[in-house]
Design a protein around this ligand. Structure first.
Ligand SMILES: Nc1ncnc2c1ncn2[C@@H]1O[C@H](COP(=O)(O)OP(=O)(O)OP(=O)(O)O)[C@@H](O)[C@H]1O
Ligand SMILES: [Mg+2]
Length: 258
């Protein structure tokens, strides 16, 4: 189980309000796509769920318990440009991620545990389609391959929650389509709860089981930081009686904004 509860969450930096009063629940196993204009606080929201930033007000809960203030093995993350370790091979990168997930304080495993780490890393490398490249260094990989490596690293921690911040934003359309085909079965098999930020609406609808849009509903021209973004649309794509719109294959319910 990995239900995320977002309880009256605000993000304020000094007198700038970035996010105001987010209040919703992400069901265990959901794939939540978050869309919205640049600067509306999507990455800030993700960083709060990751534990890198704290809400200035409100709470974030995982299965009813407050999320720890620091990133941990329960939460994996993939950014638009992920800094994989350049001096390690593909295999070395994934083994290290696994070790860090398993042995938080030592960051190293030995003997049978180390062998298990290597086996699991090799499975993941094959699962993301990098089986033929396990001994290469990141500099020898294309952008799409580096993102696959980043995904394998994130999955190596066996996270309950996977956070994706425009993970495919820097990729060409063909590679992006390949990544979509890759991530969906990985998500289904692992049963994780995924939150993905994207600027690509088609991606949001194709991958998500739910799409939320963040935006400011109030503006003060004299003080741009006075109001923050809220959820302006919340579309549950799994709801029965959904009406297909926008030419997407999957039915999309037309639900009122929150
Ligand atoms: N640590 C911080 N200190 C001060 N301001 C911050 C901090 N983090 C974020 N902000 C501000 O919060 C606002 C939202 O930033 P954020 O990166 O979350 O937007 P975003 O929706 O992810 O945008 P984009 O789509 O361009 O990635 C910006 O105005 C940014 O300057
Ligand atoms: Mg961002």
């Amino acid at each position: 189980m990995s239900t995320i509860t977002v309880e009256n969450v605000w993000a304020e930096f000094g007198d700038q309000i970035v996010i105001e009063n987010l209040d919703f629940e992400v069901k265990s196993g959901a794939f939540l796509s978050v869309v919205g204009p640049s600067g509306c606080g999507k990455s800030t929201f993700l960083r709060m769920v990751l534990g890198q930033d704290r809400p200035s007000r409100g709470r974030l809960l995982l299965d009813g318990k407050p999320l720890p203030d620091e990133p941990d093995a329960d939460r994996g993350v993939v950014f638009q440009r992920y800094s994989v370790f350049p001096h390690l091979t593909v295999l070395g990168n994934v083994v290290l991620a696994y070790e860090l997930g398993q042995s938080r304080f030592l960051g190293k495993l030995f003997g049978a545990a180390k062998r298990r780490a290597k086996e699991r890393a090799e499975e993941l490398i094959v699962a993301v389609g990098l089986g033929a490249h396990r001994d290469k260094h990141p500099s020898a990989l294309s952008g799409g391959m580096q993102q696959r490596l980043a995904i394998a690293q994130a999955l190596a921690k066996d996270p309950k929650v996977l956070l994706l911040d425009e993970p495919f934003g820097a990729l060409d359309p063909g590679t992006r389509a390949q990544m979509h085909a890759l991530i969906k079965p990985l998500w289904e098999q692992a049963g994780m709860t995924v939150i993905m930020v994207t600027h690509d609406l088609k991606e949001a609808f194709n991958l998500g089981t739910r799409v939320v849009a963040f935006d400011k509903v109030r503006h003060d021209p004299q003080a741009p930081g006075r109001y923050g973004a809220r959820v302006t649309y919340d579309l549950d794509l799994t709801r029965e009686g959904a009406v297909p719109v926008l030419g997407f294959a999957r039915p999309i319910p037309l639900m009122a904004a929150q």
